[in-house]
Design a protein around this ligand. Sequence first.
Ligand code: UD1
Ligand code: CA
Length: 485
Amino acid sequence: MSVPRPAAVVVLAAGEGTRMRSRTPKVLHELCGRALVDHMLTAARGLTPERLIVVIGHERERMREHLSATGPDAYPIVQQEQRGTGHAVRTVLEEVGTISGTVLVTYGDTPLLRTETLAELLAVHAGEGNAATVLTAKVPDPTGYGRIVRDETGAVLGIVEEKDASPEQRAVNEMNSGVYAFDGTLLTDAVKRVSTANAQGEEYLTDVLSILREDGHRVGAFVAGDHVEVEGVNDRAQLAFAGRVLNSRILLAHMRAGVTVVDPESTWIDVGVTLEPDAVIMPGSQLHGTTSVAAGATIGPATTLTDTEVGEDAVVRNSVCEGARIGPEAAVGPYTYLRPGTVLGRKAKAGAHVEMKNAEIGEGTKVPHLTYVGDATIGAGSNIGAATIFVNYDGVEKRHITVGDHAFVGCDTMLVAPLTIGDGAYTAAGSTITNDVPPGAIGVARARQRTIEGWVARKRAGTRSAEAARRASAEQAGHQQENGT
Ligand code: UD1
Ligand code: CA
């Protein structure tokens, strides 16, 4: 649908959002990796408005900081005191002057509103030649909302707030979404004439409709197809509900594009995540931030990825990865934690109960079990035995460890940084390696074993161990007799 580009979109977000009971301003609460206000701004940007204005008031410094970081194209205007939605719009127009052309007014707390719906509202507004067009919806329970008042022909007369409504008006189930398209020039004049003679003593933006109509201008309404889309977030229950709706939209788009989502009910994917066709997301997984998953990779079950890149055909099971790059055909997990700076090469493995940080693991190198790798570079085709620790921190400084290609680190090895294990070098199991091991050498660093015969019989006489040992030596003696040895 081609619609005229609005002259401005004004997003009202000055209120406190008391019902959230939060230290965080309501519109900065996040859903699917994006603040509520940014969901609205994203939908608004889809209309390519000439100006994008956000009215701020409560926690204005935090709001300003947030906007300059995430939406520098959105121009903040401060409403010093929240004296109503009409006052908010009046404040904008007094600061920027009359905006000629269409002005779209929306709220910062309606994250489900889509560009398509706003475009439909604009199309109706332009098509009918209205001075004002309100986006409405028929809802099962309109409690708390302003009601749309129509005459017997269905023409819109105005909007009445619940607190000011008569019992008949309260029975109306067509609610005001709070989203409107206005003729900017007429709006500038009308908003100055809004009174505060109402139950809340506020300047109601809703009054602009009846003012314009009484002036002889056309006002209209566009009824949204889906009332869920226009419902705002006022408390944490509505926040969770909106999150579910947004998440299912995101999942649906991925599934339509060829991604398998085994259990949409238990899968959460942020707006900024990219998935290639034939990626498979198993139940209980969450993909956050700028995570990307290439074709054929399997994520989950029960895996959380944040800002992580997963290569083609890789498998990441029951793990938590943050800021990691997992190469094609690599394997991660189960129960593994990859922290920022982890880079796994093609076909590399970070197996069960492995933690890695700032570590580059070469192609085909395996770190299969119970190991910590921090601040390290490991070449290709190496094997790191179970329960190896890269001892990178001496309490003051973090130091680097380099392991070459086709090296073999025995089980239960402490590699103490700074250290270099050469290409093709080995370390003996149970060693604490503090000196470099050159290519092809083996580093052995452990005490030689001492075996003290008969110790249990002497020191643990009468125990089950002593009895088992006695039986074993009696049996051995018996065998020796049979064999005549
Ligand atoms: C408003 C509408 C109501 C509609 C409902 C939809 C009016 C008078 N009523 O009621 O018809 O059904 O929205 O959700 O407009 N805000 C400011 N500055 C202010 C006051 C509000 O920026 O001075 C912002 C708030 O941050 C919020 C939005 O405007 O995002 C709506 O304000 P709110 O007080 O929640 O209006 P409602 O009483 O819900
Ligand atoms: Ca509200």
